[in-house]
Write a protein of this length. Structure first.
Length: 198
């Protein structure tokens, strides 16, 4: 069942709010990913996702089955395999002149991270075992280039509490009292390259 939530406006408000929760002075943990290699070989067998869809597993605190490279037009979908944590896949197309690794970007001060990431091209949330919830876009990566893949959900937030608060806000992510640092601080970030096939 896909929950209906208002599209969440990400960008500066999201990053500042989430990073403020983290106290972002510390370096993030190393990313935890189980790569599916290159190409769309990890495409899901789910008929709804289509031939160019890649299902990415969301776990505490990393991305599973996320290829290193996918062709332009690939649609990402998510499967939250965690026991309790809400997770998201937020994809930012990095500027062509941005040469830093995503691990380096994840350790930046909030204002610098905002400038480096810009607006996300897609945001997909999922509760543990639940269906994907598209908040921005549908998961399609339409432009070639390098992408930062990150999760900004605060650690320890109950999925239903977060989604209910998100449905009530028109400005950035919801404010949840007692929320922990965003998941990317624990290593839930990765890099993905989108290429033209041919």
């Amino acid at each position: 069942m896909i929950r209906s939530i208002r599209p969440i406006r990400f960008g500066i408000a999201m990053t500042v709010t989430t990073l403020a929760l983290a106290g972002c002075a510390d370096q993030p943990d190393e990313p935890r990913t189980a790569s599916a290699g290159t190409g769309a070989a990890a495409a899901t067998a789910d008929g709804e996702a289509g031939d160019d869809a890649v299902e990415v597993g969301l776990v505490d605190f990393g991305f599973e089955d996320l290829p290193d490279t996918v062709p332009v037009g690939t649609r990402l979908t998510v499967d939250n395999r965690a026991d309790a944590e809400l997770h998201e896949l937020v994809a930012f197309r990095l500027p062509d002149d941005e040469e830093r690794a995503v691990a380096d970007l994840a350790g930046l001060a909030p204002a610098d991270l905002i400038g480096a990431l810009g607006e996300p091209v897609t945001v997909l949330l999922a509760t543990p075992g639940g269906d994907p919830i598209p908040a921005v876009g549908d998961g399609t990566l339409a432009e070639p280039g390098r992408y930062a893949i990150m999760c900004f959900i605060p650690t320890g937030v109950e999925p239903d509490v977060y989604l209910a608060a998100a449905a009530e806000t028109d400005q950035g992510p919801p404010q949840i009292e007692g929320a922990g640092p965003p998941h990317f601080v624990h290593g839930m970030y990765a890099e993905l390259v989108v290429v033209h096939e041919g």
